[in-house]
Ligand binder design. Structure first.
Ligand code: PA5
Length: 464
């Protein structure tokens, strides 16, 4: 199992900036027990948005995903994923972590005949055009993913690609499209029905940022040969562990409580996610979305205006030691840093003794692995010297099983801290507002009133 080490948030290590962990755990044990019990009791209730807790048990979906991957095996050189936010970040984070580094630059044999994979999660015209210049669409499978079925970014990308695919392939273009969307509603579902696309379902009551273990993440991952059975095994074992209502035996509850108390008692509301692994760098992006969209809420469940402030930041060790760590050590003491450490890398890379009798002798004969670990240890100890709280999550290795545990743990941690804040961690009114304004500005039918108000604000320079 992955492990959480919270030694360095203790007051024994960082003095007044830290917490008396044992008494905090004792004090909050009943509240945590209540939260975990309620989450598990409510997970099947419609409208609670807790269906993500059941995704590890959705054998039918796993079976269909694997069947589809087997069916298209060998037919495509590229997979192109269209989606944004929660519809893209999980697949991007896991594929980047689990595939061999520089996957898209490897030849077919090095990729074990699996396709390359590209994620278009933005609408930069230069990026899209650049990708289309290099991609052979005749050998590309397009997975368009949108729960709502209407997100402007995703659907605009899809319109551009569909046009090009159809021009190349005529009616056969349909065989190059797989749509992942709501089972009944939304424009993409309607189009899929009319055009006859292969489809997968984003289950009800699973929000975008909690959807990585649904078809949203599993389809692209299976297409490039990721072992989704191992992902499921990882979710299940972690789910079993996190059903434990005793905070002393539940790492998601522990980390949720630590972050909650650091914010509310110690004024440390910024959560820095810093993996010491380039392969995990998009896991930090995924976490940032999960934390920000779930916890940054205007009102609590009682309707009180609270403008909740937990603020996630992504960092990468060791690179960001040379950019952000100065701030984290000496700047305002308002952060808690989470390190993700990999106990065993796939490769051991020795540093050869190529420059004799120089100041570099100390590196010769050591390994890059040793240097990486020393950098991480050095950063951790320096933070403690400056009395900055930090926790470390240990992954025995980077593989499907441990990464599934990690992401599922973060989802549960987010759900638990949401309850501690007494907020709805599963809606995103601030995101919807911006989406609606975009529809209005782009002239979507039904958004005329909003468009008038917006144009008035823009023209009167109330905003800008
Ligand atoms: O987490 C969320 O709800 C959002 O980030 C959505 O995933 C994102 O806005 C994309 O929405 P959709 O899947 O409807 O296109």
């Amino acid at each position: 199992m992955i492990k959480l080490d919270y030694t360095n948030v203790s007051d024994k290590i960082i003095g007044d900036e830290g917490l008396d962990i044992i008494s905090c755990f004792n004090e909050f044990a009943p509240k945590i027990r209540e939260i975990i019990t309620n989450l598990n009791m409510n997970k099947d209730k419609p409208g609670q948005w807790l269906q993500w807790m059941n995704l590890g048990y959705n054998e039918e979906t796993v079976w269909y995903v694997k069947e589809f991957a087997a069916m298209v095996d060998g037919r495509f050189d590229n997979v192109l994923v269209l989606g944004t936010g929660g519809s893209a970040l999980g697949g991007l984070a896991l594929s980047h972590a689990l595939l061999k580094p520089y996957w898209n630059l490897l030849d077919k044999e090095q990729r074990d005949s699996f396709p390359r994979i590209f994620f278009l999660d933005n609408i930069d015209p230069d990026e899209i055009s650049g990708l289309l210049d290099i991609l052979d669409l005749k050998k590309t499978l397009v997975n368009v993913i949108t729960k709502s079925g209407s997100t402007a970014e995703t659907m605009a990308q899809f319109m551009v690609i569909k046009d090009k695919l159809e021009a190349l392939l005529g009616d056969d273009y349909r065989k190059h499209v797989v749509a992942t969307t709501d089972k009944e509603t939304g424009i993409l579902r309607q189009l899929a029905n009319e055009e006859g696309y292969k489809t997968f379902v984003v289950p009800d009551d699973v929000g975008g940022r909690f959807s990585v273990f649904s078809a949203v993440g599993l389809v692209p991952l299976a297409l490039v040969g990721v072992d989704i059975d191992e992902i499921i095994r990882g979710i299940k074992i972690m789910d079993l562990n996190l059903k434990n209502t005793d905070i002393n035996n539940n790492i998601a509850a522990q980390n949720a409580l630590i972050h909650y108390l650091m914010d509310t008692k110690k004024d440390k509301y910024i959560s820095v996610m810093m993996p010491y692994s380039s392969r995990l760098k998009y896991i930090a992006d995924w976490y940032v979305q999960l934390w920000a969209e779930s916890l940054g809420k205007e009102v609590d469940r009682a309707g009180n205006k609270i403008n909740n402030r937990p603020t996630p930041i992504k960092a990468l060790g060791a690179t960001d030691q040379h950019s952000q760590i100065q701030l984290y050590n000496e700047g305002k003491n308002d952060k808690i840093i989470t390190f993700i450490r990999v106990d065993e890398f796939d490769n051991q890379l020795d540093i050869p003794n190529v420059f004799e009798f120089t100041g570099l002798n100390y590196l010769a004969g050591k390994s890059i692995n040793q240097l990486f670990n020393s950098e991480a240890d050095a950063t951790k100890v320096t933070l403690c010297d400056y009395k900055r709280p930090n926790v470390t999550i240990h992954l025995p290795k980077i593989n499907e099983y441990y990464l599934a545990q990690l992401l599922y743990m973060f989802e549960m941690q987010t759900a638990i801290i949401g309850e501690l804040y007494n907020i709805n961690a599963f809606n995103q009114p601030g995101v919807e507002q911006a989406k609606n304004y975009t529809y209005a500005l782009m002239g979507r039918f039904g958004y005329e009133e909003s468009a008038n108000q917006l144009n008035e604000k823009l023209n009167n320079k109330v905003i800008l």
